[in-house]
Design a binder for this molecule. Structure first.
Ligand code: TRP
Ligand code: ZN
Length: 899
């Protein structure tokens, strides 16, 4: 740690502008592991050579929590010194062999970085800087080497031995041990190294690629879980076929493996040929997994598989370029999931869900103390930058490029990118350049330097638009002014390139109008992309007999906030008629948001009606609509979240936001009671279970209906619907229906909830992922059923609770602190005190998980009193703790610096 701290002992920031090429290259790495949970021995033989382009300097290898036993240069004992965690060797020849022998202790590794043990099985996690916890190395992504790996372990305890690439040898060793030797045919950075050793079984499938080449696909799990691997395997097969078909990118390995572990810091990891997954994103059968789980599995399996090209074949030069692989790969997995949809409505539903994540998680990040550009300029701990900005906003930046060059142009760009950079570690600039070079006549090529401000400037741009109709000239002029608020370290911003998709609707009929721009001869119908690049612009449409209703930012064509003073009537027109499903949904969200903000400003009490008849009629119209899909209806009828509402306010009283939104829900429940009954009856039976978008949409709408029916029952004292809901809970043929029924009882605070919860636990006591749901539902429930914080503390004492298992810790602590604002923000500050204690407690076990939890109070400075001062005090208490990890230290000091 020494080298990363300044004279005051504070961690030092790493800066992008300080990038320098490595002083040495590593060509080959030959690793031999003697696996033992208490003391694993690692022999590392490497071929190194000086980088002739860099001034001569000593070799500095990174290490972390290693015991070093031997250092040999060309077979001879060599002199070396330790500088902090780095192993430093002077006076080296231009090319040489380096042999290192170290040991480490996987069983004590609770950080889950490097080599660790989970349920008696060895796993590794090396991204971003975990390989240095396995051996001393140039642990940076621009050092790419060929790996040979030999694993040795007890044959009975660890019958399966896996690493990257191809199995080239295996056999018996004395004393009941055995070995396996793996060779990876591709050079790779150390963060893509992986090994797995333990008692596992695999589902296997052979597939034939377009080229005629055969591949073996394997999904490894623990013996009891094999019946939950079919969906992951199907998702993998679909991923392989999709990447070939859409981008011409084939599987480049004979064998591709996925392995699941229940102890994992994040979702999954794209190690070359050996992806390691959190069980949450692999295991599913209809009895244990919901439709949302099925769809997440499809996305994450796709995501990791697509990294095989975008990340593994072409990787990042340095960690500031993280979005090069993550933004592109999220874009690819989002496109994949959309392309698997059978129709346009299901595609739109997926798009709306993705935008909802961006706006409820990334927009607040961009407005808070952790705001950073898609390509950050500095960091203290890189693990803190695996963020929604790098991933989701990064994906939107890639999507805008596709919009600017067209779908075919983008495919050409991707082809050029991989041709040009295969086997290299490159930058975000290289990516954008390849897309532009493949499309020299595009708007992207014309505006490339300006477009790249999306990489360098943080913050969410705002578009202030307003329209003026000129009856004399039959024209409509839309003025658009863009701005972007200051973010930490960036006081002023330059204009962005913003592709703005627009349509015009007739205010009287709701029909789409032909569009003709001033000075143009052609008339087009449908959506047009207008490319904004100046601070203020005017767009004039001609040939209009009346003032149109503009449908702006269709499909959410750019990650911006659009301000347009729509009248309620205009929004109702869009909600009823917009052929663009995204904006149709958005019109409903704007109406709901407007009602919420007015009620909050008016200090509404929980008995004041918030929603007017026009809104309720419109919602009824959507619910009863004969053509709209159930999934789309469910999205329209979901009110903006408390987090999203809070984001629109300058000063947030979380209790008031909660109260108003709950009042809106209660009103929707009672005013549409008969319609909810009908929606439930129409959608409750979906036949034999399949997780496809159509039937999962119907289950989602039926679940929403039950929820509102139980809520209405609570107000009226009716017992029929809660009784039916309990019956549904008992009889359900799949987890989605069962969990929705349970949720309806719990979230309405019904007395039947307790027995349903007890029964649910008893039914699934051996299914860890289901028990996570059981914990999470209770910790995330609204306080209607009682005070949540004492319950959360009680849940932490449950024999099934463990702070060391990240999924379990998240299911209780994060569900409360991040997922339950109405219960977390307490006037007595007890929620914040609980948060600070858990951050400190977790930090000693697993800094990455602690630092995520630390972010729950990112937006503290927006809170009203007494919340604001109490939150600040809680953050200060964490920051004052000595020996905090770099991870948590960076988050809390940035939070305090914000105000
Ligand atoms: N690169 C991985 C992905 O996006 C995620 C990842 C990064 C990760 N660091 C990690 C996963 C640490 C687990 C632990 O797919
Ligand atoms: Zn990724």
């Amino acid at each position: 740690m020494l080298l990363q701290r300044d004279a005051q002992g504070q961690p030092i920031a790493i800066r992008r502008e300080d990038y320098a090429a490595p002083a040495f290259w590593i060509d080959t790495v030959d690793l031999t592991f003697d696996l033992d949970p208490a003391k694993t021995r690692v022999l590392n033989r490497m071929q190194l050579r000086r980088n002739p382009e860099v001034p001569a300097q000593p070799l500095r290898l990174d290490g972390d929590e290693l015991n070093l036993a031997r250092v040999l240069v060309n077979g001879q004992g060599a002199s070396f010194r330790m500088e902090g965690d780095q192993l430093v060797i002077d006076g080296l020849p231009d090319a040489f062999e380096l042999e290192l022998f170290t040991t480490c202790c996987p069983i004590k590794n609770t950080k889950l970085m490097g080599l660790f043990v989970s349920e008696d099985t060895f796993f590794t996690q090396c991204e971003a800087e975990g390989f240095r916890r396995i051996t001393y190395f140039l642990d940076r992504p621009d050092v790419m080497a060929m790996y040979t790996v030999t694993l040795r372990a007890s044959k009975t305890a660890y019958p399966v031995l896996l690493s990257n690439g191809n199995l080239v040898d295996q056999g018996e060793l004395p004393e009941g041990r055995h070995f396996a030797k793996w060779v990876d045919p591709f050079k790779k950075p150390s963060y893509l190294f992986a090994l797995v050793a333990g008692k596992l079984v695999a589902r296997e499938q052979r597939i034939t690629a377009r080229s005629g080449k055969e591949h073996l696909l394997q999904v490894y799990v623990r013996a009891g879980d094999l019946d939950k691997t079919e969906h992951a395997m199907n998702s993998l097969v679909n991923s392989v076929l999709w990447d070939e078909a859409r981008f011409g990118l084939p599987l480049d390995l004979d064998r591709f493996m996925i392995v699941a572990t229940s102890d994992f810091n994040m979702g999954a990891m794209e190690n070359k040929g050996l992806n390691i997954f959190n069980t949450k994103y692999v295991l599913a059968n209809q009895a244990t997994a919901t439709d949302a789980d099925y769809s997440n599995i499809e996305s994450v399996v796709g995501h990791e598989y697509f990294h095989n090209w975008s990340g593994d074949r072409v990787t990042c030069r340095d960690w500031f370029q993280l979005s090069l692989k993550e933004g592109l790969t999220v874009f690819r997995d989002q496109e994949f999931s959309q392309d698997l949809c059978a129709d346009a409505s299901a595609r739109a539903v997926k798009r709306i869900e993705d935008v909802r994540v961006l706006r409820t998680a990334q927009f607040p990040e961009d407005a808070g103390p952790m705001a950073h550009p898609v390509r950050p300029d500095s960091y203290i701990e890189i693990s803190n930058f695996y963020t929604v900005t790098i991933y989701e906003k990064g994906a939107e930046v890639v999507r805008m490029m596709q919009t600017l060059v067209g779908r075919q142009g983008f495919e050409k760009g991707i082809t050029l990118y991989f041709e040009r950079h295969d086997g290299q570690a490159v930058t975000c600039d290289d990516f954008a350049q390849a897309i532009a070079d493949a499309n020299p006549d595009s708007e992207l090529a014309r505006l490339l330097p300006q477009f790249k401000r999306w990489y360098s400037q943080a913050g969410t741009p705002r578009l202030a638009a307003h329209g003026v109709y000129d009856a004399q000239n039959r024209s409509y002029t839309l003025s658009v002014v863009q701005s972007c608020p200051p973010t930490p370290g960036q006081q002023t911003k330059e204009p962005f390139v913003i592709p703005l998709n627009i349509g015009l609707l007739d205010a009287a009929t709701g029909r789409e109008l032909p569009m003709q721009l001033e000075g143009e001869s052609d008339v087009a119908r449908g959506t047009r992309t207008i490319v904004l690049s100046r601070a203020g612009e005017q767009i004039t449409f001609v040939g209009l007999d009346a003032e149109p209703v503009p449908s702006i930012l269709r499909g959410f064509s750019a990650p911006v906030i659009l301000d347009f003073a729509y009248t309620d009537a205009q929004l109702l027109t869009l909600l009823a008629n917009d052929p663009d499903p995204f904006n149709r949904w958005e019109a409903g969200q704007r109406l709901g948001l407007r009602a919420a903000l007015q009620a909050i400003a008016a200090h509404a009490t929980d008995t004041t009606p918030v929603l007017d008849d026009a809104y309720l009629d419109a919602m009824r119209g959507v619910l009863r609509h004969p053509q709209l899909d159930a999934a789309f209806k469910e999205l329209v009828l979901t009110l903006p979240s408390e987090t999203y509402i809070a984001e629109q306010l300058d000063v947030v009283d979380p209790q008031r936001v909660h109260l108003v939104r709950e009042a809106m829900r209660a009103q929707l429940a009672t005013a549409l009671f008969a319609d909810w009954e009908q929606a439930y009856e129409d959608n409750k039976d979906t036949g034999a279970y399949t997780p496809d978008p159509t039937s999962s949409g119907r289950r989602a709408l039926a679940g929403m209906a039950l929820n509102f029916l139980c809520l209405a029952a609570r107000a009226s004292g009716d017992t029929v619907w809660p009784g039916k809901t309990l019956q549904r809970f008992k009889d359900a043929g799949n987890m989605t229906d069962r969990f929705n029924a349970l949720n309806a009882l719990v979230s309405s605070g019904h007395t039947l909830a307790a027995q349903a919860l007890a029964r649910f636990h008893a039914m699934f006591k051996d299914e860890a992922l289901v028990i996570d749901k059981w914990f999470s539902l209770q910790a995330g429930a609204s306080d209607r059923g009682g005070d949540i914080l004492p319950l959360v503390k009680q849940l932490m004492k449950h024999p099934d609770f463990s702070l060391k298992n990240p999924n379990r810790a998240r299911s209780v602590i994060f569900s409360y602190c991040s997922g339950n604002p109405g219960a977390f923000h307490r006037a007595d500050a007890a929620g914040y005190v609980f948060w600070s204690e858990r951050v400190i407690e977790l930090d000693a076990i697993n800094p990455q998980v602690a630092a995520r939890l630390a972010r729950a109070l990112d937006r503290w400075s927006k809170l009203a009193e007494p919340y604001r001062s109490a939150a600040r005090e809680a953050i200060a208490r964490v920051a004052a703790k000595p020996d905090l990890s770099k991870d948590t230290h960076e988050v809390v000091t940035r939070a305090l610096a914000g105000n």
